[in-house]
Design a protein. Sequence first.
Length: 414
Amino acid sequence: MKTTRRQFVQVAGTGALGAALDPVQAPVLRGRDSGFDVAVVGAGVFGVWTAYQLQLTGRRVALIDAYGPANARGSSGGQSRVIRMGYGDQEIYTRWSMRSLDLWQALLRRTGRAAQFQRSGVLWMAREQDPLTTSTLETLGRLRVRHERLDRSRLAARWPQIDFGPITWAIHEPDSGFLAAFHVVQAVAQAAMAAGVVYMQEAVLPPEGRGQLAAVATRSGRTISATTFVMACGPWLPKLFPDVVGERIFPSRQEVFYFGVPPGDTRFDCSAMPVWADFGEEIYGIPDFRGRGFKVAVDRHGPPADPDSLERVPSAEIMAQVQEFVGRRFPGLKGAPIVGAEVCQYENTSNGDFLIDRHPALSNVWLVGGGSGHGFKHGPAVGEYVAARLADGKPVDPKFSLATKQKIQKRTVY
């Protein structure tokens, strides 16, 4: 007789952005779990989409996470994430954003969660001949992404609630916007399990040896075997593989603040304002959505962070910097109270390109990560790409290879 257990997704809360997931039944063997074609370790946005895409190809897939999909310690939790097409001259990321938006919307419509993507538009603010924004304009035009170039007078007329200061022009992407981060990852996890993925909440121990990895062990004593392993562990990749990526992925502390808008004031919600980014000041924001607050975050890499022990209390210094910016750029929010805050982490590679490559000593282990700061939106495309490389055995794009990842940070992807 088969043994079964009740599969679940750990839910951190419910409310305006979505509901808790229903449990899913799936077969599990006791003690030693075997017979998987692929075991995906990590249930952040890269992991859940990879597991889902692999399951759709007919493989038997396990999805393993220490804390739960989109948990508070990972890099895929929180209220919202931007999805934009603009990437300077990095055309591959624009193409992946286009593909990913299609896949996000299709899954959310199919699961009755279409509102978890908000098409608020995205506004890129620029100063004179800003090279990043200028090259973005060229790429969007070449790939026929719907957009408009707005001069200062048109910006001020369309969004009078913004004091544009030194901004002289901008690009507006009307079809872009933001995703309800925690809830959309949960939606993909549920879709993956409904398709047959077996989810296990387990903490995987660092693999050892060379050649072929037969199984991974967990802290609880379980052994999980598979033909192939995909390690999509986000900020835990350096901890699981210190000799290989320990100095090539940089987990850093990042702070996010939510400002309370004045009562009855709709000028700062997603019906009146786009997502915006000012890369000149390395700061971006997402409009208020259903009363959760006007989100503002600094996009500079913070100090090193450990995802297990990071104290997630905002610092007075960063809070003061963000408050000063908000009061200057959005006069109607000057002195607005902070109604929420998050301390999370990025986990970037040396230049910001993703890491998608085989482990150099374990031929059936794939390393997938380095996505923080801009990777969330690309989850669907990353999942497709990993599934395709496992199927066809073709080499990865050099941009994603381990060999191109350095030990010194020099950001080139924004």
